[in-house]
Write a protein that binds this ligand. Structure first.
Ligand code: NAI
Ligand code: 0TF
Length: 259
């Protein structure tokens, strides 16, 4: 898994506000509204305990503080434990946490201790970015291009298929592409024979993965992938509506999915 860095999370509140305003512009709903539409659950005032985890590559500066800011942004009562790891988990539960948020290098989870529901960041991120893309108010068809069919992209592509979209998919790994074609029924996208899309969902850890030939004017590019899938120059040239934010949108999806 490509790991976040402290720098990715600088000014998370500002990044989230900007993303929220872009999501509103593209879909007519804010991020909370998209979460409600996806999971259809009422919010109460669940208390969220955020537990720093030291295993593997260890603590990422700004990670727990960013989760604290994100949970507050979405109206949750939350706190970061003083202790990490098992001691932090114990501290979170003892201090009344109803939902636990914690991540090691492989898994970032939300666990609702009241109802037992558990969520993983990767599918939740894929589903919400795909959902945002699918709600593009200026889309000219129900065709969508998915670039990257890994742990985030695959569930996003599955979500779009379930919503009745015609999904074209591409992954640099031909085994993953074949798997998505056979198990989801998506159409394999041929880069040699490109076509334009007004809806693009990208989930890779690489830059410049979306070629100019597929970008149409005013398209939406919904991409959790870091770094950005297109250059600023292409973004400006085609007036691309970019939905991209490093942590908050996916975390909101996780939290709403366990309510
Ligand atoms: P993954 O490794 O499971 O999947 C990435 C896929 O992209 C792989 O299948 C790989 O073959 C494919 N790929 C790489 N280069 C490509 C290219 N040039 N063209 C087409 N496909 C290409 O990774 P995962 O977990 O799905 O994460 C994807 C990205 O999303 C990473 O950058 C990760 O850090 C980011 N991420 C962002 C989140 C957010 O909240 N913004 C949340 C979770 C992940
Ligand atoms: O960096 C990652 C994921 C995050 C997905 C959301 N964009 N790509 N995971 C590692 C998180 C490690 C956190 C660390 N153990 C801490 O500070 O608690």
């Amino acid at each position: 898994m490509a790991l976040l860095t402290q720098d990715d999370l600088i000014n998370i509140n500002m990044q989230l506000q900007k993303a929220d305003s872009n999501v509103r512009k593209v879909t007519g709903l804010d991020i909370k509204g998209v979460c409600k539409a996806l999971y259809g659950v009422p919010r109460n005032s669940e208390k969220v305990g955020i537990v720093p985890i030291t295993s593997g590559n260890g603590i990422i500066g700004n990670f727990s503080a960013s989760l604290h800011a994100i949970t507050k942004y979405f109206g949750f009562d939350s706190f970061v434990t003083d202790m990490p790891d098992v001691s932090g988990y114990y501290e979170a539960v003892r201090n009344g946490a109803e939902i636990i948020l914690m991540a090691d290098d492989h898994t970032f989870l939300a666990h609702n201790l009241k109802n037992g529901k558990i969520a993983n960041n990767q599918p939740c991120t894929g589903v919400i970015y795909a959902e945002i893309a699918s709600r593009h108010l200026k889309a000219d068809s129900k065709e969508v291009l998915v670039v990257g069919l890994g742990k985030v992209g695959f569930p996003g592509a599955a979500h779009l298929m379930n919503k009745g979209f015609k999904v074209y998919g591409y992954d640099a790994d031909s085994v993953l592409l074949k798997k998505a074609v056979s198990s989801l029924g998506i159409a394999p996208f041929n880069l040699e024979n490109p076509k334009k899309f007004s809806i693009i969902f990208e989930a890779t850890p690489c830059a410049n993965t979306v070629p100019e030939a597929v970008i149409s004017k005013n398209c939406v590019l919904s991409t959790p992938g870091i770094p950005c899938a297109i250059s600023e120059e292409l973004q400006e040239k085609y007036n691309v509506e970019l939905i991209m934010e490093p942590l908050g949108i996916g975390t909101a999806s996780m939290l709403y999915s366990v309510l």
